[in-house]
Design a protein around this ligand. Structure first.
Ligand code: PMP
Length: 384
């Protein structure tokens, strides 16, 4: 329907996301979809059974605004077990409708006009729109190539008296980079004595490889006390379509976050929360997730040996970056489309995750796929 009035966009630079574009292209062309980050295998059937049970038992009305108590208790218990940090399930834990809502709530509850919010690019695509809608100014600092490590001198130089929030993401999408213990120490030194807050996107917290320790903000009192830590059950239990996540943060921060959460969604799917609480009783599946995806990464890398793509280090997440500079000078977006059309494999360029830097010749491949999918994709990629 057409309109006769002028409408000024609050997000003039935002179009259709690259994930939608590439997944549609893959579907239209019948290509193997290694673009959008979701598993092509199913979750544990016990989880589906548990949701059905809770639905049948009548847990189908609004959950408490902050999340069902059993799930908040399970989340707090996880932080005690994995990071020796005590969060109060009543005051410090909030269940949200996915990590995306969590990030939006965290950014908008503390940032406003006149504030600066630092992001490290390439960065996940929901950060900057949340900052812009809050009225704050995004300040973009580039990660350091070739390994996408944090450029501490650039980050230190970007901090001003107006800096309100630094957004951290480890393990990192789209690069698979992870922060180290040394990075945590640098971050502590950077924020010490300031009012800077941290929004720490840790949705890939359990997908970390080669024996590394996930550097959650929760591991360090000095960082935990100023951090909103964001998690997502979609990544951890292979149910990205359920859109359930959470935030842990000290009570003063959680109280502000809940003011936004209660008017964005109010509360999150009730039977799913009860089922997830049951699954969390056994932390073995959380510990198994890193080795599970490491085996997929290693299979994909093995299958790609001898190809003209050069893998970059992948230390966590379920994304493998591949340098294609030996193949073509095309831009990453052009090559991603051609790869889908001519070779039948969809990937994601990193340019949509970049604001200021020019895109290197790399593509992101999601390896959260069945072995047969990875084999079929690699066979096609080997022909490039
Ligand atoms: N942060 C990152 C880095 C992600 O990759 C994603 C999902 N792709 C999210 C947040 C959003 O998580 P959810 O699907 O739970 O909203």
């Amino acid at each position: 329907m057409s309109t006769t009035f002028r409408l000024e966009s609050r997000l003039p630079r935002v179009g259709t996301t690259i994930f939608t574009v590439m997944s549609k292209l893959a579907a239209d062309l019948g290509a193997i979809n290694l673009s959008q980050g979701f598993p092509d295998f199913d979750c544990d059937p016990a989880l589906v059974d548990a949701v059905a049970k809770h639905m049948r038992e009548g847990r189908n009305q609004y959950a408490p605004m902050q999340g069902v108590p059993a799930l908040r208790q399970a989340i707090a218990a996880k932080y005690r077990l994995f990071h020796e940090r005590r969060y109060d399930p009543d005051a410090d834990v909030t269940v949200t409708s996915g990590g995306t809502e969590a990030i939006f709530d965290a950014v908008t509850c503390v940032a406003g006009p006149g504030d600066e919010v630092i992001v490290l690019e390439p960065c996940y695509d929901c950060y900057v729109p949340a900052i812009e809608l809050s009225g704050a100014t995004p300040v973009v600092v580039a990660l350091k190539l070739p390994d996408y490590s944090v450029d501490w001198s650039a980050l230190e130089a970007a901090v001003t008296p107006r800096t309100r929030v630094i957004v951290i993401n480890t393990p990192h999408n789209p690069t698979g980079a992870t922060m180290t213990r040394d990075d945590s120490e640098r971050l502590k030194a950077l924020v010490r004595g300031t009012d800077i807050l941290i929004v720490s996107d840790e949705v890939y917290e359990h997908i970390i490889f080669d024996g590394a320790q996930h550097q959650s903000m929760a591991r360090h009192q000095e960082l935990a006390e100023r951090s909103f830590i964001v998690g997502s059950f979609g990544k951890t239990y292979h149910v990205t379509g359920w859109k359930v996540g959470y935030v842990v943060a000290p009570s003063a921060l959680s109280a502000e976050l809940r003011k936004v959460h209660q008017f964005v969604t109010f509360s999150t799917n009730t039977p799913v929360q009860h089922a997830l609480a049951e699954m969390m009783a056994d932390p073995a599946s959380l510990r198994a997730l890193g080795p599970f995806y490491q085996a997929k990464r290693d299979l994909f890398l093995h299958l790609m040996e001898g190809s003209r793509f050069r893998p970059l280090p992948c230390r966590g997440s379920y994304f493998q970056l591949m340098d294609y500079s030996a193949i073509t000078d095309e831009s990453d977006a052009d090559f991603a489309v051609r790869l889908t059309r001519e070779f039948g494999v969809a990937s994601i360029p990193t340019s949509p995750f970049l604001y200021e830097s020019s895109a290197p010749r790399v593509l992101r491949f999601c390896f959260a796929k069945k072995e047969e999918t990875l084999r079929a994709a690699a066979e096609r990629l080997m022909r490039v």
